[in-house]
Structure formats: structure tokens, C-alpha cells
Write a protein that binds this ligand. Structure first.
Ligand code: CTP
Length: 414
């Protein structure tokens, strides 16, 4: 067996110093305990594409949890174990995911697989696509050896996303969404037979739980070209199969671009509101249920039909305070979605509203009491009135606000 020390050098020099030191510890611990360890999947693919690996996935031919425990001790790292899958994560300002090399069997389509320890070769063959069925030996007889049992490197060179076996999407239909991500992220395309399998196996998406589907769609939002990845999901028929109320128009795509992907986790409710923008009202609740949306996501999505209807009223004849009143009853995430959907008076008002939210009168509750506004609801009412006047440009200074208070008191004492 021959290794390729150059690939190992390339790996270590692509990593930030902390990761690089942590991975060196993995290698020396593995040597000490006579265990073979491999970098697997995404990071090997990325390395071959000349990209810096984003996560470090290490496959251990042996007990990964015991190995991870030793790594955590040696590095003073935090250990998180997932006993069911024989995987563990160690982190300490860096993060390494370790997994026991394993085979997986799916008892039914869409369910999580049963796992059994195996060799690295069998582990690679259980994977989704040839471009991910790659391992780089980190130690053993041939460090740096690339294990590529399905000719993934050829597919990387040709820019093809190809399944390893023709039941792959039936085992796990979320792989269809993964394929669309790889196509857009790397500018690849589905290999022809794989594309046929996508069409054949789309109905298997019904076997996937809402939570898993939601997570995979959210991973799509996190892509740098999220709008294109979602367009591809539409083109492949994934969106309409996931839920008949889902569509993806150029306006929605543009809105997602305006949010500047990759989207952080906090922006997910906005992205969901954009994705549901064309969903008919009657389909909103079934969609929320099917995708097991979180509370904040569901709230944003439920507001979509109301905001769509409100658009006609959000015209140029309104005053800022009226817009503020109309939009303040909606979740902020939904208004954010409206603000980036198309360029209409409604979206412009939504953008202005987002700025208006932070505007408050200069006078406070205490000031009002000094001006003899009676304690109780009148204070709140007066503050709201002052805020509206300020939003509409009718109260610019403290003196303007005080004048308005006096006028209000005079009117109310008549
Ligand atoms: N995998 C799979 N089927 C899935 C999910 C994952 O076969 N439904 C395999 C893939 O081969 C992948 C590996 O498990 O390389 C790790 O999956 P994941 O952590 O999701 O991939 P990353 O490498 O982290 O992410 P990406 O590929 O998007 O960079």
C-alpha cells in the first residue's frame, strides 16, 4: 500500500493551527493504541476540490467512543457521546466528530438506520454519493492513502453527483435535498441515472419525518447560494412533493438573496416566511404541521396570508404612524419577509417600519407626570400619541412634545 504524504501535508496546512494540533493528537493517540483512523466524507471531498475543510469527520476502525474519551482527556476537551450511532464529538475551541466505521441497514425506507461496526471500506459504501465516499488514511501502513472505492475522484473532476447504489434515495430520501445542495454549492450536476432515480424516488419523501425534512431545508437556507439551491429543489419537484402548497418564484428567490445567505440560524423564521409566501391560506396549517415548524417559524408563516392581503392597504396614502400600527401586530420575522419580497409600496413601508420601531418620544412616563398627566392608562395613551406624532414628523423637539401634552390635557379636561 502506498500513501500520499502530500495529501496529508495539504490537509494540515489547510487547517487553522488549533484544528491542526487537535488532529495531530488524534493521529498520535491512534498510533499509540494501534487503531486506524481516517478523515472521511465532506472534508476529504473539499480537500480534493482545493477547498478548506469545514468540519473534521474522523472514522475510527474500532470503538470511536472509547477513542474520543481518550482524545478528550488528552486535550482537556469536551466530550459528547451518541451511543446509538457509535459516534462522539470532542471540542475545545475546535471540533472533531468521530464515528466508528460502520455499515447501516434500513429496516424501512426513511427510518434511521441500524448500525453495525465494520471496516472503513464498508463504511464508505453505505454513503450517499461517490463524491462523499472518500477516506484519507491518517495513520497505519499508508498514511495519506486515498480510499476511493466508487471512483468519487473521477466524479469530482467531472462535476457529477452520483449515487452509489440505486436504492439510495429509497433508504433516505433526504439525500435528494443533499444532491441539490451539492449541485449548487459546487456547480455540479446530477449524473443522468441518478437524476432518473430522483424522479423515480421522489414519492419516498413522504417517508421522512417533518423534523428531518425541516432540518434539511434549513441546511439549504445555509448555503451560500441558497436561492439557487431552493430553485433546484423546485425544479426537481421536491418542493411540491414535500408540500403541495410550496412554490418558489423569482420574487421569493430575490428576497432570499437580499437576506444575504448563508443565513444564520436566527434568520430561519424569515426564510420560512419567504418560502411560504405563495402558499394558499388553506395550506398554511398543513404546511406548518408537515414540516414540524418551531413556534417562531410557525408564527411567521401563519402571518404570511394576512400580510399578503394587507399589501393592498399599504399604499402611498398612509402616514408612518398608521403603518406602524398596522404592522406592529405581526411577528417581526414576518415583516422582515415582507420587507424583502418585491419592491412595492408595501415592502418599502415594511422597510421603513423596521426603522420606525426604534423611534420613541423624548418624554418619559415621569416627565408626563411632572406635566400633570394623571397616573394610570392616560400615561400610556399619551406616550403612544407622542410616538405617533414623532413618527409623522409632527413633534421634532422636546418643546413640541410638551406642547402636545398640554393640548391633550386641555382637550381632556373640557
Ligand atoms: N450521509 C449519507 N446520507 C445522509 C447524510 C449523510 O450518506 N442522508 C453521509 C455523507 O456521505 C456525508 C457524511 O454522511 O459525507 C456526513 O454527513 P454530513 O455531516 O451531513 O455532511 P457534511 O460533510 O458535514 O456536510 P456537507 O457534505 O454538506 O459539507
Amino acid at each position: 500500500m502506498t500513501g500520499n504524504p502530500k495529501l496529508i501535508d495539504k490537509l494540515f496546512s489547510a487547517l487553522p493551527p488549533k484544528e491542526s494540533r487537535a488532529l495531530s493528537t488524534v493521529v498520535s493517540l491512534a498510533d499509540d493504541s494501534d487503531v486506524r483512523v481516517f478523515l472521511v466524507g465532506g472534508p476529504v471531498r473539499d480537500l480534493l476540490l482545493g477547498l478548506a475543510p469545514t468540519d473534521l469527520d474522523v472514522s475510527v476502525e474500532g470503538d470511536a467512543i472509547a477513542f474520543a474519551t481518550r482524545l478528550a482527556e488528552a486535550t482537556d476537551g469536551r466530550l459528547v457521546r451518541h451511543a446509538t450511532f457509535g459516534t462522539a464529538t470532542v471540542s475545545a475551541g475546535w471540533r472533531i466528530d468521530l464515528a466508528t466505521a460502520r455499515t447501516e441497514t434500513y429496516s424501512r425506507p426513511g427510518v434511521l438506520p441500524k448500525v453495525q461496526p465494520s471496516t472503513i471500506d464498508a463504511d464508505l459504501l453505505r454513503r450517499d454519493f461517490t463524491i462523499n465516499a472518500l477516506a484519507l488514511a491518517l495513520n497505519g501502513p499508508a498514511p495519506g492513502k486515498l480510499l476511493d472505492p466508487t471512483r468519487g475522484k473521477d466524479d469530482l473532476d467531472a462535476g457529477l453527483v452520483r449515487v452509489i447504489h440505486d436504492r439510495s434515495f429509497q433508504d433516505d430520501a433526504t439525500r435528494i435535498l443533499r444532491a441539490a445542495r451539492y449541485e449548487t454549492r459546487f456547480g455540479f450536476r446530477l449524473e443522468e441515472a441518478t437524476q432518473d432515480l430522483v424522479h423515480r424516488d421522489l414519492p419516498y419523501l413522504v417517508t421522512i419525518t417533518g423534523v428531518r425534512l425541516r432540518h434539511d431545508i434549513e441546511r439549504t437556507f445555509e448555503e451560500g447560494r441558497a436561492d439557487q439551491a431552493v430553485s433546484r429543489l423546485r425544479g426537481l419537484g421536491v418542493l411540491s412533493t414535500v408540500h403541495s402548497g410550496l412554490d418558489w418564484t423569482p420574487a421569493q428567490a430575490k428576497a432570499l438573496r437580499v437576506l444575504k445567505p448563508p443565513l444564520p440560524a436566527g434568520s430561519r423564521p424569515v426564510a420560512w416566511a419567504i418560502l411560504a409566501w405563495e402558499t394558499p391560506s388553506a395550506q398554511i396549517e398543513p404546511l406548518v404541521k408537515r414540516l414540524a415548524l418551531t413556534k417562531a417559524q410557525a408564527e411567521a408563516v401563519r402571518s404570511v396570508p394576512f400580510l399578503r392581503d394587507l399589501r393592498a392597504r399599504l399604499n402611498n396614502d398612509l402616514r408612518p404612524s398608521e403603518v406602524d400600527r398596522l404592522l406592529s401586530s405581526f411577528p417581526l420575522n414576518a415583516v422582515l419577509a415582507l420587507s424583502v419580497i418585491e419592491d412595492t409600496p408595501a415592502s418599502r413601508w415594511a422597510r421603513l417600519y423596521l426603522k420606525l420601531r426604534s423611534i420613541h418620544p423624548l418624554l418619559r412616563g415621569d416627565d408626563l407626570q411632572s406635566l400633570r398627566v394623571p397616573r394610570g392608562p392616560a400615561v400610556g395613551e399619551m406616550l403612544a400619541l407622542l410616538r405617533a406624532a414623532k413618527l409623522d414628523g409632527e413633534a421634532k423637539t422636546r418643546a413640541d412634545e410638551e406642547r402636545l401634552v398640554r393640548e391633550y390635557l386641555a382637550q381632556n379636561s373640557e
